[in-house]
Each structure stands twice: as structure tokens, then as C-alpha cells.
Design a protein around this ligand. Structure first.
Ligand SMILES: Nc1ncnc2c1ncn2[C@@H]1O[C@H](COP(=O)(O)OP(=O)(O)OP(=O)(O)O)[C@@H](O)[C@H]1O
Ligand code: SF4
Ligand SMILES: [Mg+2]
Length: 349
């Protein structure tokens, strides 16, 4: 399967990832099988050189979506089209995929080997994916370290000899070292102080401009999504419920879930607009037995009878903005404003 839109670097089509969990201890019992529907039919696109933010409550499937796209776990069904071609197990070698798709995780402490020097760590994907002589690897490592603002002397240190912000720079240097086209950033700044976070966000913008990178950015922080992303996808219980240009979706959301998130997030300091702090009335849906119909119906102030029976499709409300709701006309103009455009003051990372 090929992409119909060459301006997209990545497309997912009806992508699903279910995890098998057992109710019964008998491994052969079919009745004891249950599935966690972590990602349940996600269709999104990441245009070349752009950033798509994935936002939503804890457990809605953001990391699973990222891991499935990066082929760290096989999809249950659906398609992933990268650079015009379908990728996946048996279709593309993992080596080819990792040359082009790299992930940066939230916590550099758990992703960096404490016993290896920074240079060694950054050189690892270069040696493994691109090969080349020692000198070529060293040159690439030096370029990557310089691109993230680290010196050659810092490259010879161990992770424990660096600050949290510097360690995240190392994780980014390692990710860009093989010259990928797509970086998946899973909460890349949430383990950092607010001021260090701002520096890393600026670095990510600089790298995107310099290297033409595309980003899939996972974040709980609305201001981070606003600052860094061009497009936002709002996830709820394994589904994308709203998708469109970030400025538009966050300033004038149309899905009742996005409206609730944006109305509930504190606006005094937009950089503290963290979805983790948002409490929405009603129970978070079970990912094993999600409610029938629209998954948001038990918590939705606009729900009507049809919402408990029919799952609404994602439909375009205005050009580029898509919403999965039977009553999307009810939310027009309900929320507007409260945007954050610049990160807070900085200190050295
Ligand atoms: N390997 C696994 N086996 C079984 N269930 C899993 C597995 N990985 C994730 N899940 C479940 O899938 C759902 C989505 O998890 P995921 O980690 O993708 O959420 P998330 O949106 O990234 O959450 P957070 O914001 O807390 O990081 C959760 O119910 C989680 O418990
Ligand atoms: S479909 Fe119904 S329950 Fe779901 S978000 Fe829309 S109004 Fe609410
Ligand atoms: Mg996660």
C-alpha cells in the first residue's frame, strides 16, 4: 500500500494494538482471554518537517501508539505508511526503520547506560545502523553533540557527570546521530525543571529547522503542545477524538472531551496546563471493556441516547479539523482563548 499524499512522512490507517491479558490461569482457555484495546483504530498523518502532538489522559494509548509506529511492538491490525511505503514486520528490515525513526523517552536516566561514555552512547546507533570506519563514526558523534549544544569534553564524561537537561540532550544527540527523518518524543521534557524544559523545547525547534525533522510529540502539557506542534491529535481510550491544526483545536476545541480538558486546565500559568492535573467527573473507561457507543458517553455533559449505542466517526467540522461526536454543533463557541505562546524564563540546562 502506498501513500496518496507525498507531503506526509507518516500515515497510520485504522491502526490497532490490543494486548492479551488473561482472566484464567489456564493458558488454553479461550473464555479466559481478554484484550486491552490500547490503540483502537487510529488514523493520523504527520506531514514532512512538521510536529504532530498526541495528547490525552494517562492510559489513553499514547505510548502504545508511539511504540507501534516505531515497530517496538507489532500492530494487531492496520497500516503504517512511512515515506510513501508500508512498513512493518516482514515488510521492511528493522535496520531500515531505525535509520529513519528514532525515539526519545521521558527519562534519560533509564535510557542511558550509566557505564558508557556519552560519545560511546551517541555512537552506538551510528555503528549499528550505518556502519563506517571509526573516524566516520567519531565525526558523526561530534556533529550530533555539537548540534545539541554539548562539547567534546562533555562527550568524554559518564551520564552521572551531567545535569538532567544535559542528559536529555545526549538522548536527543543519540536519536539524531543516524540522521533519521522522524523523531518520536515521548514526554521529552516532563522529567525536567520548567526552565530547563524551555531550553530543550527551543533545541527541538532548532533541530527541526536545521535538519528538516518531523516529530511525533507525546505530551500531557498543553503549553508544550501549543509551543511545539503544528497539528494535535487528542486521544481518548484508544481513539483519536479530535485532530487538526494545534492553534485552532486548542483555542476552539469541538469535541466535548477536548472542551472539558481545556476548560478544566488552570490558565493562570499556561505552562502548568498539565492534563495530569485535570479531573473529569465520572470513571475513566476500562480499556478491556470500554463503554458501548461513544467511549466518552458516561462522562459527557452532552450525551444522548444514541451516544450509548453508536460509536461516532471522525468527521471534518471545518477544513482540517476533525471531531468524533454525534453532537459537535453543540460545542461551537463553548471554549475559546487561553493560549500560551512563549516558554517561561530559562536557566542553564
Ligand atoms: N505490554 C502491555 N500489556 C498489557 N497492557 C498494556 C501494555 N502496555 C500498555 N498497556 C495498557 O494499554 C493502555 C495504554 O497504555 P499507554 O502506556 O499507551 O498509555 P499512555 O497514554 O502512554 O499513558 P501515560 O500518559 O500514563 O504514559 C493502558 O491501559 C495500559 O495499561
Ligand atoms: S458522541 Fe455523545 S457522548 Fe460522545 S462526545 Fe459526542 S455528545 Fe458526548
Ligand atoms: Mg505514556
Amino acid at each position: 500500500m502506498e501513500s496518496e499524499n507525498p507531503s506526509n512522512l507518516l500515515e497510520t490507517r485504522d491502526l490497532k494494538k490490543y494486548f492479551l491479558v488473561r482472566k484464567s490461569l489456564n493458558p488454553f482457555s479461550r473464555s479466559g482471554r481478554r484484550y486491552v484495546k490500547a490503540v483502537d483504530g487510529v488514523t493520523i498523518s504527520i506531514p514532512r518537517g512538521k510536529t504532530v502532538a498526541i495528547v490525552g489522559e494517562s492510559g489513553c494509548g499514547k505510548t502504545t501508539l508511539a511504540r507501534t509506529v516505531a515497530q517496538l511492538t507489532p500492530p494487531t491490525s492496520g497500516d503504517i505508511i512511512f515515506d510513501g511505503k508500508q512498513i512493518g514486520y516482514g515488510k521492511t528490515s528493522l535496520r531500515e526503520i531505525y535509520k529513519n525513526i528514532q525515539i526519545v523517552f521521558q527519562d534519560p536516566d533509564s535510557s542511558l547506560d550509566p557505564k558508557r561514555t556519552i560519545e560511546d552512547t551517541v555512537g552506538e546507533p551510528v555503528r549499528g545502523l550505518l556502519g563506517g570506519g571509526r573516524r566516520a563514526v567519531e565525526e558523526r558523534v561530534a556533529r550530533s553533540l555539537a548540534a545539541v549544544g554539548l562539547s567534546g569534553e562533555q562527550g568524554r564524561r559518564l551520564p552521572r557527570q551531567l545535569s538532567g537537561g544535559q542528559k536529555q540532550r545526549v538522548a536527543i544527540a543519540r536519536a539524531i546521530a543516524p540522521s533519521p527523518k522522524l523523531l518520536i518524543l515521548d514526554e521529552p521534557t516532563s522529567a525536567l525543571d520548567a526552565s530547563v524544559q524551555a531550553q530543550i523545547l527551543r533545541l527541538l525547534i532548532e533541530l527541526q529547522t536545521n535538519f528538516g525533522l518531523s516529530y511525533m510529540l507525546i505530551t500531557h502539557n498543553i503549553a508544550v503542545a501549543q509551543y511545539l506542534s503544528d497539528i494535535v491529535a487528542v486521544m481518548y481510550a484508544g481513539h483519536v477524538v479530535e485532530y487538526g491544526p494545534t492553534k485552532r483545536v486548542l483555542a476552539a476545541p469541538r469535541h466535548p472531551y477536548t472542551v472539558t480538558l481545556m476548560s478544566a486546565a488552570p490558565i493562570a500559568n499556561p505552562w502548568k496546563r498539565n492534563l495530569l492535573n485535570v479531573e473529569i467527573k465520572g470513571e475513566v473507561p476500562s480499556s478491556i471493556n470500554p463503554p458501548p457507543g461513544c467511549r466518552f458517553n458516561p462522562r459527557c455533559p452532552y450525551a444522548e441516547d444514541v451516544c450509548t449505542k453508536v460509536d461516532p466517526p471522525l468527521e471534518e467540522v471545518i477544513p482540517g479539523q476533525f471531531v468524533a461526536c454525534h453532537f459537535k454543533e453543540k460545542t461551537a463557541g463553548v471554549f475559546s482563548g487561553g493560549t500560551a505562546t512563549t516558554p517561561p524564563a530559562t536557566k542553564a540546562a
